[in-house]
Design a protein around this ligand. Structure first.
Ligand SMILES: Nc1ncnc2c1ncn2[C@@H]1O[C@H](COP(=O)(O)OP(=O)(O)OP(=O)(O)O)[C@@H](O)[C@H]1O
Ligand SMILES: [Zn+2]
Length: 497
């Protein structure tokens, strides 16, 4: 079966059939650049990054457009508070957002248009809406007349009356209907503004997305995405503006991601309950953040908490430990494995032979990353079982199977989810350093003690060696004597021994 996508418009899963396969046009509403992005914004970016990666993996040629809103009330208000030029302020936060995305290994969209660079397209679209009677000018503003568009409300499935009651829209003398929304706003003193047929002013928020989406992707686009909060009014308005102007279907599949919540409440700047991507990057490896963000189906709510982060951090560390153990596994015995072992190894081999198929089946079901991640960890458990079966003297068969299984596990996990892309040794060292810092330990001191114990063992002073081992243990440092010398690890306070 092919890819199924839950379409917010029909409220059901539909087979994905782009208009002109293998081309796919995808537009996602990006940030309004007036502050550092929070982990809710990161979810939207990472979810659509994985959708973008998966469509390409499935052979589609995707043009992915994600905009920057670089002129808006929120930007102007913030700039007034800081005394900065609004366009400079937006530029600063766009730069910061790009840095955050690079850290999180979010692939760059094909095009990242900005509202202020598309004023002529926006003006042309508004002019067309006025000509066809869908929009009207009022004292230098231009509004969209929602009553002229009978399908208004089809995405959120609400009537004008229900929307009016729910949205608590500002009543304005300038508007013919309370739900009419601004396409163009007359300039106020001191605000950035552009020339237009209606005098100087600036575009409203909704029209920029219609203008930019249609400029780069045509009148009908395959996928349009954004967070759940954008369904009404933003996406409802985008449909009205675009379809009124072209007479054609604007979007074939609407995809909306659920919220990152904090104690069950939407993480948002206005509520002040947010944690920036930067804050989280200071504490966790980017792959831990990606893993957390993909750990639930993209439409479900996802609660952010230090406990949840610690859980995924420990899980990913175990996966890298397994990878490291397999990377260093070398056959030390020439004999073939015993009969009982052969059966068990056969089961493991069969799981990995079908791994990619099962993984894509999960992703085909409306990008079910939660199920794909479940498979990933099932694979890690099986690799650990394989390591146990291999024991201290692995055969060539163990070595072959371990390496083959790991590469089969790693391929889709890395290509589609953007995980397991680090060198395991480097990853584990980095995580150890992070933990040492968090626990306030002294790495140099630990290294010295480990070396002193090694020296005591060499001169067969076992009492001294044991004493040092105990001291290290009290600090949470666990020693492992291997053929390549003594290795050490810091125990995570909450993790079981
Ligand atoms: N808590 C969240 N969880 C998931 N997605 C979110 C969350 N907050 C915002 N988004 C999504 O991130 C994208 C960029 O959002 P935008 O910059 O418009 O947010 P905002 O409304 O300014 O943020 P806030 O809601 O914090 O005020 C949008 O697709 C939006 O739906
Ligand atoms: Zn938008």
């Amino acid at each position: 079966m092919g890819l199924l996508i839950y379409n917010s418009l029909s409220r059901q899963k539909e087979p994905f059939e782009p208009l002109n396969p293998p081309q796919v046009g995808m537009y996602v509403c990006g940030i309004t650049a007036y502050d550092y992005a929070h982990i809710g914004h990161a979810r939207s970016a990472v979810v659509f990054d994985v959708i973008y990666r998966y469509l390409r993996y499935r052979g589609y040629k995707v043009t992915y457009v994600r905009n920057f809103t670089d002129i808006d009330d929120k930007i102007i208000n913030r700039a007034q508070e800081t005394g900065e030029d609004p366009l400079r302020l937006a530029e600063r936060f766009i730069k910061a957002f790009r840095e955050d995305m690079a850290s999180l290994k979010v692939s760059s969209p094909s095009i990242e248009p900005r509202a202020t660079e598309h004023i002529p397209e926006i003006i042309a679209l508004i002019s067309r809406l006025i000509e066809t009677g869908y929009a009207y000018e009022s004292e230098g503003d231009v509004y969209f007349a929602v009553r002229r568009f009978p399908r208004y409300g089809s995405l959120s499935r609400r009537s004008l009356e229900e929307m009016k009651a729910g949205a608590r829209v500002a009543v304005s003398e300038k508007k013919r209907h309370p739900l009419d929304f601004a396409l163009w706003k007359a300039a106020k003193p001191g605000e950035p503004s552009w020339e237009s047929p209606w005098g100087r002013g600036r575009p409203g928020w909704h029209i920029e997305c219609s203008a930019m989406a249609m400029k780069y992707l045509g009148k009908t686009i395959d996928i349009h995405g954004g967070g759940l909060d954008l369904i009404f009014p933003h996406h409802e308005n985008e449909i009205a503006q675009s379809e009124a102007a072209t007479g054609q279907t604007f979007v074939r599949y609407w995809i909306h991601n659920g919220f990152v919540t904090i104690r069950e409440e939407k993480m948002s700047k206005s509520l002040g309950n947010f944690v920036t991507i930067r804050d989280v990057l200071a504490e966790y490896h980017p792959e831990v953040i990606r893993l957390f963000l993909l750990s639930k189906h993209y439409r479900s709510p996802l609660d952010f908490s230090p406990e949840a982060m610690a859980e995924w951090q420990a899980a990913l560390e175990r996966a890298y430990e397994t990878m490291q153990a397999i990377a260093t596994l070398r056959a030390s015995s020439d004999r073939p494995p015993g009969r009982k072992q052969i059966r068990k190894l056969g089961e493991i081999e069969s799981f990995f032979a079908h791994f990619e198929e099962k993984f894509t089946e999960a992703m085909d079901e409306d990008f079910n990353t939660a199920r794909a991640i479940g498979l990933f960890f099932e694979g890690i458990s099986l690799l650990n079982r394989l390591l146990t079966l291999a024991g201290p003297s692995p055969t060539r068969e163990h070595e072959r199977l371990a390496h083959c299984a790991l590469s089969r596990l790693r391929r889709p996990v890395s290509q589609i989810l953007g995980l397991l892309e680090e060198d395991p040794e480097t990853y584990l060292l980095e995580e150890r350093r992070r933990l040492i810092k968090k626990l306030g330990l002294d790495e140099k001191k630990i290294e010295t003690l480990v070396a002193e114990r090694e020296a005591a063992r060499q001169r067969k002073d076992f009492a001294k060696a044991d004493e040092i081992r105990n001291r290290l243990q009290q600090m949470g440092v666990v020693l492992q004597d291997t053929r390549e010398g003594t290795k050490w690890k810091v125990q995570r306070p909450s993790s079981p021994a």
